[in-house]
Every structure is written in structure tokens, then in C-alpha cells.
Design a protein around this ligand. Structure first.
Ligand code: FE
Length: 240
């Protein structure tokens, strides 16, 4: 057996184990490439354009934070991912397939972390918009009332998820089996690998807010929820 065959066999085994590890919903979503809000990226993977100017989210998030976050951090994950998959069978896979194929596989942690961070950041940029916040669209508002009791309770749950995440990670609004929920994931974690449908996310790594808010994570999250969060993007992803 040559090296290429060995690699192929390893990946097949990874895919089989991953398939068993993931819930049915995640497998179906990932296999079909039907992920909310993001087109499948070409390989090698490119840094998707920011959906607005660096300064468009001021004063909630400054252009200094956005420019470092996008051009250094997000770009860095893209570059590391491309270097890590070069010459492997992951090289020709979509971002979503790489995430599915490396989740919970200790031997592929670096590839998973960088692929998921590329995906999470692209999703994060779309989860905000200039002039966001305010009242959610009617269908989303009704769903929040059904599953949380009120819009305010849903926002509070998002804030709690964001502040309860110990260390780096993400707060998410998701659909889980048709129910609206908030979840938190550490580091590069994503609800995609748990069979949930992400609707929006807030980056709670310190690089997302430290220049503007220092240690005041709750102030950053509250300001994003009140002034930037893109409820229309969440509704679009929910398909309500
Ligand atoms: Fe980040």
C-alpha cells in the first residue's frame, strides 16, 4: 500500500467514525452543502469579503478592531487551513466537508480548528449589520415568544451564553429540532457538528472586543445585541 492509499484509508475511517459521531441532522446538512448564509468556498479557501466597510459597525465595534479581526485573525485561519490541507485528501473538500470530516478526530484537530474558525468568522460578520438590533422581524419575534417567552428573554439568554463561556468561544442562536435555543461553544466549536442549525453567532474571543471593551465582555455583547445584531439574517437561516 502506498502513502496515498494509506491517507485515503485513514480519511475513509475518519468519515465513518465522524458519521457515527454526528447526529443525523448535521450529517444531512453538511453532506448536502445546505448551510445557512454561506456559499461553499473553493479550495484552496479564500477569505470571503466583509459584508460592510471596516468602519461600518462604529461606534459599537471600531474599525481598528474589525481590521485586525478580519485581516489578521480571519485571514490567518484561512492561510493556516490552506497550508494544513495542502497535499492531503482534504485539499479538494469544501469547508463544510472538512469540518464534518475532522470533527472529534484528535489527529485532525488543527485542520478542524482552522476550518471551523474560517466558517464561524464568515458567519459572525453576517450576524451583524450597520443599524442592526431593534425589533426582530415578525416571524422570528413570534418564535422567540413561543420558545423563550419574549424577545427580551431570548436576548438575555444570548447574553448569558456569551458571558458564561469560559475563555474563548462563541455564543449562538440555533434551531435544535425546530426549537429556538441559545448555545455556547468553546474555541473553534460549532453547533453544526451537533446537528443544530445556526441562526446567528457572537464571537467572544478576546480579539473580538478587547481593544474596544477590554475585559467588559458583557458590555460588548449587549452593545452588539442592541445595535448590530442582524435578525433578518437569523430569520433567513431559520427558514420560518
Ligand atoms: Fe474572532
Amino acid at each position: 500500500m502506498n502513502t496515498s492509499d494509506t491517507k485515503k484509508m485513514d480519511v475513509t475511517n475518519i468519515d465513518r467514525r465522524c458519521f457515527l459521531a454526528l447526529s443525523a441532522g448535521a450529517v444531512i446538512s453538511l453532506a448536502a452543502g445546505k448551510l445557512p448564509g454561506i456559499a461553499q468556498a473553493a479550495s484552496p479557501h479564500a477569505l470571503p469579503p466583509l459584508p460592510y466597510a471596516d468602519s461600518a459597525l462604529e461606534p459599537v465595534i471600531t474599525s481598528r478592531t474589525i481590521s485586525f479581526h478580519y485581516a489578521k485573525h480571519h485571514m490567518g485561519y484561512v492561510n493556516k487551513l490552506n497550508a494544513l490541507i495542502d497535499g492531503t485528501l482534504f485539499a479538494d473538500m469544501s469547508l463544510e466537508k472538512i469540518i464534518a470530516g475532522t470533527a472529534m478526530q484528535p489527529e485532525n484537530t488543527a485542520i478542524f480548528n482552522n476550518a471551523a474558525q474560517v466558517w464561524n468568522h464568515t458567519f459572525y460578520w453576517k450576524s451583524m449589520k450597520p443599524g442592526g438590533g431593534g425589533e426582530p422581524p415578525a416571524a422570528l419575534k413570534q418564535k422567540m415568544r413561543d420558545d423563550f417567552g419574549s424577545v427580551a428573554a431570548c436576548k438575555k439568554a444570548l447574553l448569558t451564553a456569551a458571558t458564561a463561556q469560559f475563555g474563548s468561544g462563541w455564543a449562538w442562536l440555533v434551531l435544535d429540532g425546530g426549537t429556538l435555543k441559545t448555545v455556547k461553544t468553546p474555541n473553534a466549536g460549532t453547533p453544526l457538528t451537533s446537528g443544530m442549525t445556526p441562526l446567528l453567532t457572537i464571537d467572544v474571543w478576546e480579539h473580538a472586543y478587547y481593544l474596544d471593551y477590554q475585559n467588559r465582555r458583557a458590555d460588548y455583547v449587549t452593545a452588539v445585541l442592541d445595535g448590530l445584531i442582524n435578525w433578518e439574517f437569523a430569520l433567513e437561516n431559520a427558514g420560518l
